[in-house]
Design a protein around this ligand. Structure first.
Ligand code: IPE
Ligand code: IPE
Ligand code: MG
Length: 245
């Protein structure tokens, strides 16, 4: 049979996103469908996270953000929270060599200081070791809340003693966790949910959205490329008319 062409092969003329952000959702339902405990869904989801990093790097994206743990997720059962942090520790241990080889820099969006000491130390170490990476920035949103991020930015500006006229979008953005990084061009959410769940509320002002029913553990490299391909076909207007852009 003739080989089906991969629909996501890119032409040079295609617009590639610089920054893709992913709300990795549906691990629990993936496990439930298989009569497995929820943590097996998270374990499978961690594989998809690795696939997303690899896909983004191969495409030449400059920034990838993965939403791994929200401040609201603390309200889940204690064992589930502990398992998620164990997975994160595994990820730090197993991926550091890949990140170094591929010149990927790790950053965290969120309050690292409130995390269990072991996790905090491991993450800080990987951030430090990969800080020279120039090919791609991998942001893990961890203990992240967009509302906390926004209020924190205001607090930092007050602490910096800014006068009212110094409170500009530049000053504000410099105090977000994402300081120095471009806004996400594309936000992907899996598992058929259509909401932001306290994710990048400010930075998403002009993001394109890609929603899919695929559950996160089933979202592999092909699915990632498919989403980027869909983005390449979007028309972004930024408030202008179709003729102006
Ligand atoms: C996403 O999967 C992972 C985290 C939020 C940490 P869920 O655990 O939310 O999976 P569902 O939504 O219950 O299926
Ligand atoms: C969003 O997923 C947070 C992460 C992916 C880490 P949730 O599963 O926590 O979101 P809600 O509760 O369905 O909005
Ligand atoms: Mg969920």
């Amino acid at each position: 049979a003739p080989k089906k062409p991969k629909s996501w092969r890119f032409k040079l003329s295609d617009q590639l996103p610089k920054h893709v952000a992913v709300i990795m959702d549906g691990n629990g339902r993936w496990a439930q469908m298989r009569d497995l405990p929820r943590h097996e869904g998270h374990r499978a989801g961690a594989k998809s996270a690795r696939a997303a990093v690899s896909a983004a790097h191969k495409l030449g994206l400059e920034h990838l953000t993965l939403y791994a743990f929200s401040t609201e997720n603390w309200s889940r059962p204690k064992e589930e929270v502990r398992f998620l942090f164990d997975l994160l520790l595994d990820f730090m241990k197993s991926e550091v060599s890949t990140l170094l080889e591929q010149s990927i820099r790790l950053q965290v969006l969120g309050e690292l200081s409130d995390l269990p000491q072991g996790v905090r130390q491991a993450v800080r170490q990987v951030i430090k070791r990969t800080s020279g990476g120039t090919e791609m920035t991998l942001n893990i949103a961890l203990n992240y809340s967009s509302r906390v991020e926004l209020i924190r930015a205001v607090r930092l500006m007050v602490e910096q003693g800014l006068s009212p006229d110094q409170v500009t979008s530049e000053a504000f953005e410099a105090n977000l966790y994402t300081a120095g990084q471009p806004d996400p061009d594309l936000i992907i959410r899996t598992s058929g949910e259509y909401r932001l769940s306290n994710f990048l509320l400010y930075q998403a002002a002009y993001s394109e959205f890609y929603f899919t029913d695929v559950l996160w553990p089933d979202f592999g490299e092909d699915e990632f490329n498919e989403a980027v391909k869909a983005y390449a076909e979007r028309n972004r207007r930024f408030g202008l008319t179709g003729e102006q852009v």
